[in-house]
Write a protein that binds this ligand. Structure first.
Ligand SMILES: [Zn+2]
Length: 291
C-alpha cells in the first residue's frame, strides 16, 4: 500500500489559557515563505528577514479584529533598504525586498526601524513605528511594536530553518498577557522563564515541521488551555491590470509620450509576485487622452 505523509498546510492557531492570563497565536508559514522568496529571489542574505517579516505580518494581523488588513515595514540600517510585508483578511500575505543597489542586503542591526500599520475598514490608518531594540531582530521589533503602540505585553519569536535558500520550516508565535490576567506579574515571570529555556526558534520549527499545535503545546505545557480557532495562510497578491494602469497614470505626459513613441508594448511585472502585464501601445495612448 502506498504510504506518504501529506505535507502540512500553512495555518495559524489561536489559543488561550483557561485562567485568562495568556493568549497565543502560532503560525506555520513554510510554503508561503517559499513562494514569497521564489517570486523575487533577492540576494540570499535577505532570506531570514523576508521570512520573519512574512510571519510577523501574519501574527500581527491575527492579533487584530478579523476584518483588518495590516502592513509591516522594516527599514534597514544605513540606507540599505526596506522589507515590506502585508497580510490580508482573506488569508493571503506577501512581502517585498527593496534593497539599495550597492548593499543588496537589507542590514538589520542597531538603528533599524520597524513599522506596523493597520488599515481600518473606514480607510483610516493606525501606524506605530519603533527603533528595533538589541539584539536587532524582527522578533524584537514585533514585540516592541506590540508593547509601544498596542500597549500589550507580548513575547514573540519568528524564525526560519533553511538550507541555502531552500526553506525547510518557517513560522513563529506571539504570546500576549491579557489585561484581565490575575497576578499578571507572576504569570508573566513563569512564561518568560519558560521561553528563555526554549530551544532556538528555527530549531523548534524544523523539528516539528513548524506545527502551530506543537508550538502552542510547548508554550502552554502544563497549563490548561483551549484552542480558539485556526485559519489558513497562503501567499497571494492583489496586483491587477487596473492597478498597473493606475500606476502608469501617475507618470508625466512626456514619459507616456516617449513610451508610445518607442513603439513597443510595455512589459511590466509585479514586484511582489512577478506576474507579467503587457500594456499595448493603444492602452498607453488611452492614458494620454484621459489625462
Ligand atoms: Zn502581484
Amino acid at each position: 500500500m502506498a504510504c506518504w505523509i501529506q505535507e502540512m498546510t500553512d495555518q495559524t492557531l489561536r489559543a488561550m489559557t483557561d485562567d485568562g492570563a495568556f493568549r497565543v497565536i502560532a503560525a506555520r508559514t513554510t510554503q508561503t515563505v517559499r513562494k514569497v522568496w521564489n517570486a523575487q529571489r533577492p540576494h540570499p542574505d535577505n532570506l531570514r528577514h523576508v521570512a520573519d517579516m512574512t510571519t510577523a505580518a501574519v501574527l500581527y494581523r491575527e492579533t487584530m479584529a478579523p476584518n483588518l488588513r495590516v502592513q509591516c515595514g522594516l527599514k534597514g540600517s544605513g540606507n540599505t533598504g526596506t522589507i515590506l510585508s502585508d497580510s490580508h483578511p482573506d488569508g493571503w500575505v506577501r512581502a517585498l525586498v527593496q534593497s539599495s543597489a550597492e548593499a543588496r542586503r537589507v542590514d538589520v542591526s542597531a538603528g533599524s526601524m520597524m513599522q506596523m500599520m493597520r488599515c481600518l475598514p473606514n480607510g483610516e490608518l493606525h501606524r506605530g513605528v519603533v527603533a528595533i531594540p538589541e539584539p536587532a531582530t524582527v522578533s524584537e521589533g514585533l514585540m516592541a511594536c506590540m508593547q509601544q503602540s498596542e500597549q500589550v505585553v507580548s513575547v514573540a519569536r519568528v524564525g526560519v530553518a533553511h538550507q541555502g535558500t531552500e526553506v525547510t520550516a518557517a513560522g513563529g508565535f506571539l504570546v500576549q498577557l491579557l489585561p484581565e490576567a490575575k497576578e499578571a506579574e507572576s504569570a508573566l515571570w513563569v512564561l518568560t522563564q519558560r521561553l528563555e529555556d526554549f530551544p532556538k526558534i528555527s530549531e523548534l520549527l524544523e523539528e516539528h515541521d513548524a506545527s502551530p499545535a506543537t508550538l502552542v503545546n510547548e508554550i502552554f505545557f502544563g497549563m490548561k488551555y483551549t484552542v480558539l480557532d485556526s485559519s489558513a495562510v497562503r501567499f497571494g497578491c492583489e496586483c491587477s491590470r487596473i492597478r498597473v494602469m493606475a500606476s502608469l497614470g501617475t507618470l508625466g505626459k512626456d514619459d507616456i509620450e516617449s513610451l508610445v513613441a518607442a513603439g513597443e508594448p510595455l512589459d511590466m511585472s509585479c514586484d511582489y509576485c512577478g506576474k507579467q502585464y503587457l500594456i499595448e501601445i493603444e492602452e498607453l495612448r488611452g492614458l494620454l487622452s484621459s489625462s
